[in-house]
Design a protein around this ligand. Structure first.
Ligand code: IPD
Ligand code: CA
Ligand code: CA
Length: 264
């Protein structure tokens, strides 16, 4: 498999899709909701996914595609080459802010992450990684992460988990928020992963993410030494929704042991 050629192909597809998203701001965007009133989707999410899928099916007919909006294949095993696509990660930001959203793409062979992309469209920041060849932001290599500790760490966490909720014990979360240096929440899992990969944030935690939210970003984060897992410390399965953490490797174990306790 010529991964260099696939990399060039994927980058040019992503840039073309980014331009389409920018052009959409001159049109009237149709907004609807999915699982709840705040789970937004637009005609642009769907059009961008269809754009990718049409091209990938034409040029790589043997490959399979898992896309958030459902135009791809039904994937129930990780065999072969699979493209995991989130055409717009951070749709709420796309709708409300017209920024802080990303295209997320991960290309896997037999379950192993080979190529990862997160494209912050409005900032024109393209994060890329090839397995074992390091990660880059706009062709500048990202440094390996330095060790840190909880007291000096910025933690990416949603305020919901610090109040009583059905997913996680909130008392240890309060302790975490009080102990760490600060917290952040950006509204795009793919971009939050990139904040960890660049060392701007030291961990990002979510109670439920889908394969397309993280498939691209975890390949990039791994190349700089960040560790991703479920909140029970298991490796990610990439076939269904799961809990999620990505963190600087020096604080990943303590976050799970001391602060993040899932309810039974
Ligand atoms: C969402 C964003 C958000 C995360 C949600 C995701 P979407 O993706 O990544 O930050 O908290 O769980 O579903 O719906 O905007 O593609
Ligand atoms: Ca998403
Ligand atoms: Ca999405």
């Amino acid at each position: 498999m010529n991964w260099g050629a696939i990399d060039r192909y994927a980058k040019s597809l992503i840039k073309e899709a980014g331009q389409k998203i920018k052009n959409s701001f001159f049109t009237e965007i149709e907004i609807s909701s999915k699982s709840s009133v705040n789970d937004l989707v637009t005609n642009i999410d769907k059009e961008i996914e269809q754009f990718f899928i049409t091209r990938i099916r034409r040029d790589f007919p043997q490959h399979r595609i898992m896309g958030e909006e459902g135009f791809g294949d039904t994937i129930d095993s990780l065999e072969g080459i699979i493209w995991f696509l989130d055409p717009i990660d951070g749709t709420m930001n796309f709708v409300h802010q017209k920024r802080n959203f990303a295209i997320s793409l991960g290309i896997y062979k037999d379950g192993v992450g080979m190529l990862g992309y997160v494209y912050d469209v409005m900032a024109d920041d393209l994060y890329v990684a090839l397995k074992d060849e390091g990660a880059h932001l706009n062709d500048v290599r990202l440094s390996d992460l330095n060790d840190t500790n909880i007291e000096q760490a910025i933690i990416g966490v949603n305020a919901t988990w610090v109040a009583p909720n059905r997913h996680v014990e909130h008392e240890p979360m309060i302790e975490l928020v009080k102990t760490c240096r600060g917290t952040r929440s950006y509204g795009s899992a793919a971009l939050e992963l990139m904040h960890v990969a660049t060392g701007r944030v030291d961990a990002y935690v979510s109670m439920r993410l889908s394969p397309w939210d993280v498939a691209g970003g975890i390949i990039i984060a791994k190349e700089v030494g960040a560790v991703s897992s479920t909140l029970r410390g298991e490796s990610l399965g990439l076939l269904r929704q799961e809990t999620f953490i990505v963190a600087n490797s020096s604080i990943h174990p303590i976050l799970l042991e001391k602060y993040i306790h899932l309810k039974k």
